[in-house]
Design a protein around this ligand. Structure first.
Ligand SMILES: NC(=O)c1ccc[n+]([C@@H]2O[C@H](COP(=O)([O-])OP(=O)(O)OC[C@H]3O[C@@H](n4cnc5c(N)ncnc54)[C@H](O)[C@@H]3O)[C@@H](O)[C@H]2O)c1
Ligand SMILES: O=P(O)(O)OC[C@H]1O[C@H](O[C@H]2[C@H](O)[C@@H](O)[C@@H](O)O[C@@H]2CO)[C@H](O)[C@@H](O)[C@@H]1O
Ligand SMILES: [Mn+2]
Length: 445
């Protein structure tokens, strides 16, 4: 280990995930020493609540770390080694619209899937590119670890618009699910497994899982998933106690049944059972409402409590986000050349042999000081290839629509989504989304 101490900027300082990430960083100081943490957000008021609480917590628990929060890009991005980016352009107010507008027309409403995910992508591209540009302007050697959603569309946009930038796009859903699979096999951690995985972000499959001695764990995991999905494999650190997440973890058994040769990502539910999802949705109260009434109230409640009391001592509820340790793992891999394996969202270039070379795919990679090397996944089956070809076209058309301001390409993107029944319905949804997103989308012609 070199003796360097790192300087980190959290972009989206006002995120509900920020306190969990800060505590997780503090827990990992032995392997990832930190000299400075800065928060950056474009909503000063939202960020201030999270920042003031974290400032108190840091003073009481790690006074040696310099801390600052700002809305000024130069202050935020100067003299840093890493940007941890988790912005939500349009915040929960727009997530709610993403979810409720499609439902008006009988189409599922989801944060990152279907028309809602496309709408969110059209807002996120500009925000993420702006942060990447600030980082490159003020700290050209820094790396951005991006988990701002919708990661598939954001990754395609950065491939098209900033192909040489130092950004790694990553998602924590496979990490959460691997933790559950490790539990199914009686292992302590997902790190005791080695996996083969292919797909797009929120659209992938495990096709190989071995333990450290090379034993095949797939039969044991399949036996469990066939009956229970991921439902009863919740780990102690699992945050998803909300009913909607439990339902999603259970539904995996039906997703698995369609192709029992692989283990699916939970998000495939939205593409393979969209009718079921719509039937089980409440048009008036979607996941955005659940999050506003749940996670957001919880996190901001704790922050306000700490600020009022002037101390974090005796205030319960601030918890390190255990699943987010992959962020430290990833930063360490880059900084310390650990050559650890991660599922990253990267340009295919033949890693999935029979799939578009330019697609941004989610596959295992080895990460070290000079970035990543992809691990070839070979040829994929016709079923997955067909689904992925349709979905990657949705993602590419969305990015093209954003770059060109092209109405028809966005209409095509929504029409192509497996969650949408026809071009007619796609147009109705699109026209409502345009109205709702005036403040955020480029003008479409
Ligand atoms: N990749 C993953 O697996 C994964 C996992 C969890 C969350 N996420 C993503 O993390 C993000 C945060 O989620 P959340 O629920 O905490 O949302 P949130 O709304 O609580 O936080 C997002 C913050 O981003 C800020 N923001 C918006 N646009 C910005 C911009 N242009 N520049 C700077 N800041 C900006 C907002 O003001 C807000 O404070 C979302 O994109 C979410 O989808 C990703
Ligand atoms: O509906 P939300 O906002 O609760 O969750 C949407 C996100 O879900 C996944 O992330 C989970 C993650 O899998 C889990 O380990 C833990 O960290 O919580 C996250 C948020 O609930 C998904 O990967 C994200 O992309 C979604 O934004
Ligand atoms: Mn994700």
């Amino acid at each position: 280990m070199n003796n360097k101490k790192y300087s980190v900027t959290v972009a989206g300082g006002g995120s509900t995930f920020t306190p969990g990430i800060v505590l997780m960083l503090l827990e990992n100081m032995d392997r990832f020493p930190i000299r400075s943490i800065k928060f950056y957000d474009n909503d000063a008021k939202r960020q201030e609540t999270v920042a003031k609480a974290c400032e108190i917590y840091l003073k009481e628990n790690a006074p040696e770390i310099e801390f600052a929060y700002t809305t000024d890009p130069e202050t935020a991005f100067t003299d840093i080694d890493f940007v941890l980016a988790h912005i939500r352009v349009g915040k929960y107010a727009m997530r709610e619209k993403d979810e409720k507008i499609p439902l008006k027309y009988g189409v599922l409403g989801q944060e990152t899937c279907g028309p809602g995910g496309i709408a969110y992508g059209m807002r996120s591209i500009g925000g993420v590119i702006e942060i990447l540009d600030y980082m490159e302007q003020y700290s050209p050697d820094a790396w951005m670890l991006n988990y701002s959603n919708p990661a598939a569309i954001v990754a395609e946009a950065t491939r098209r618009l900033r192909p040489d930038s130092k950004i790694l796009n990553i998602c924590d859903m496979p990490i959460d699910l691997e933790e559950k699979m490790a539990h199914m096999c009686g292992l302590k951690s997902r790190k005791e497994m080695q996996v083969g995985y292919y797909g797009l972000n929120h659209f992938g499959w495990w096709h190989k899982i071995h333990d450290k001695d090379g034993n095949d764990l797939m039969p044991q995991i399949k036996e469990h998933v066939a009956v229970n999905g991921f439902a009863d494999a919740l780990s102690d650190t699992n945050q998803h106690v909300d009913a909607s997440w439990r339902e999603t973890f259970t539904k995996v058994k039906d997703v698995y049944a369609v192709d029992p040769s692989t283990i699916p990502n939970t998000y495939l539910k939205y593409y393979l059972y969209p009718d079921y999802v719509v039937e089980h949705s409440n048009k008036e109260y979607t996941r955005a409402n659940e999050v506003i009434d749940g996670r957001e109230k919880h996190v901001f409640g704790i922050c306000n409590d700490i600020i009022e009391k002037g101390t974090s001592k005796g205030v319960e509820g601030f918890e390190a986000d255990a699943h987010a340790t992959y962020i430290v793992d990833l930063a360490c891999a880059l900084a310390e050349n650990t050559n650890e394996r991660f599922l990253l969202i990267v340009e295919n270039e033949g890693a999935i042999e029979n799939f578009d070379r330019t697609a941004m795919v989610e596959i295992p990679c080895i990460v070290g000081r000079n970035g990543y090397e992809k691990i070839c996944q070979g040829a994929i089956p016709q079923f997955q290839k067909g689904l992925m070809e349709q979905q990657v076209s949705v993602e590419k058309l969305t990015v093209e629509a954003w770059i060109e301001g092209n109405y028809n390409k966005l209409w095509q993107a929504i029409t192509l989504s497996k969650t949408v029944p026809s071009a007619r319905v796609a147009k109705l949804i699109l026209d409502d989304l345009i109205e709702a997103n005036k403040e955020y989308w480029p003008e479409l012609h």
